[in-house]
Design a protein around this ligand. Structure first.
Ligand SMILES: Nc1ncnc2c1ncn2[C@@H]1O[C@H](COP(=O)(O)OP(=O)(O)OP(=O)(O)O)[C@@H](O)[C@H]1O
Ligand SMILES: [Mg+2]
Length: 316
């Protein structure tokens, strides 16, 4: 497959992030027709978007998808100017992946980027979960869900662990929330973007609960677990931003530890990027205590996390 966005038989688009596969084009375009590599100067928004996306490790397919959406919107404008039909497409999405694989981070970024691209008027993110949608009596749920959609107009409504809405069966108000959402995502499909997120297995099951649900999410994005090298890179970027570095020894220790947890923990209890962030934040506190006790504050010491500062506990 050489397309990041793949149309399945049912018209749904599926995107796999972090794909290790290299792109190979089956048919090479002749030199004269190959698109230029550099983005034309007038697309400053696209350049800014590239920069923001560049801060994220991996996720190549999803970066490509966002740029393709930009191109699609731009070309649609040009088509309109040329008197051609301009396509309208709902951009509701489903994010599937284990904890800490970047779902919330990407949702927030998409809000910002789509605002730059004039897809969304505000670009804000409303994060919600089951309790924000489901009420306690008949009619309450529809009201709560409607209110939430109203707040999200112009931006993104991100519902984490969305599969929990399907819990509880027919009598549960979760079903009412789903029905209300489905209605709004049709009626106001160009006014807000709904992103449902959750673990892959649960989300696949969730989609079977309402036959209309599947086709209403044209963009399904998988967030795979990070490799050890990607986790190290995420860690390095977090540290760089905070103006810290790992000593040679501590880098080795962290890599070995990641190897250990990734081979011993079950994939859906390992929290990927969040795991790294927690370890590093804890180490920063341990380093502070060490420096305080040593009473030494030279610049190099202030910046360096030593291997003794890295403490791994069961709960990590
Ligand atoms: N590709 C990435 N590049 C840089 N940092 C990342 C990346 N993916 C995740 N992170 C970092 O990892 C942490 C967890 O990410 P995030 O909260 O987005 O995960 P999540 O998938 O929403 O998790 P959960 O399912 O548990 O809600 C954040 O601090 C985020 O900045
Ligand atoms: Mg999250």
């Amino acid at each position: 497959m050489d397309q990041p966005i793949r149309l399945k038989n049912n018209g749904q688009i599926s995107i796999v992030l972090n794909s290790q596969k290299r792109k190979t084009y089956t048919k090479e375009l002749p030199e004269s027709q190959a698109p230029p590599k550099a983005i034309p100067a007038e697309h400053t928004a696209l350049k800014e978007i590239e920069e923001e996306l560049g801060a994220l490790v991996g996720m190549e397919e999803m970066k490509k998808m966002i740029k393709e959406i930009y191109a699609w919107i731009y070309v649609n404008k040009k088509r309109e100017e040329a008197g051609l039909k301009a396509g309208k497409q709902a951009l509701h999405m489903m994010f599937k992946g284990n904890p800490g694989t970047g779902k919330t981070t990407v949702a927030r970024l998409i809000g910002k980027l789509f605002q730059k691209m004039n897809v969304l008027s505000k670009g804000h993110l409303i994060e919600a979960e089951r309790a924000d949608l489901v009420g306690e009596y008949i009619g309450h749920t529809a009201q709560k869900t409607r209110d939430l959609v109203k707040k999200a107009i112009g931006g993104i409504l991100f519902i984490d662990e969305a599969y929990s809405l399907g819990r509880g069966g027919e009598k549960d108000f979760g079903k009412e929330a789903i029905d209300t959402l489905v209605k709004h995502m049709e009626d106001r499909q160009h006014e807000f973007i709904l992103i449902l997120a959750g673990y892959s297995r649960e989300m696949n099951h969730f989609l079977t609960l309402n036959p209309g649900l599947h086709s209403r999410f044209p963009l399904v994005i998988d967030f795979p677990d990070y490799s050890i090298e990607q986790l190290m890179e995420i860690g390095q970027r977090m540290l760089k931003e905070r103006e810290y570095t790992l000593s040679h020894e501590s880098e080795k220790k962290l890599r070995e530890h990641l190897h250990f947890v990734k081979t011993n923990l079950s994939p859906n209890s390992f929290s990927n990027g969040r795991y790294i962030r927690n370890i590093l934040e804890k180490s920063i506190r341990a380093q502070a205590m060490r420096l305080l006790m040593q009473n030494s504050y030279d610049k190099h010491d202030l910046m360096t996390l030593r291997s003794n500062d890295l403490v791994f506990e069961e709960a990590d």
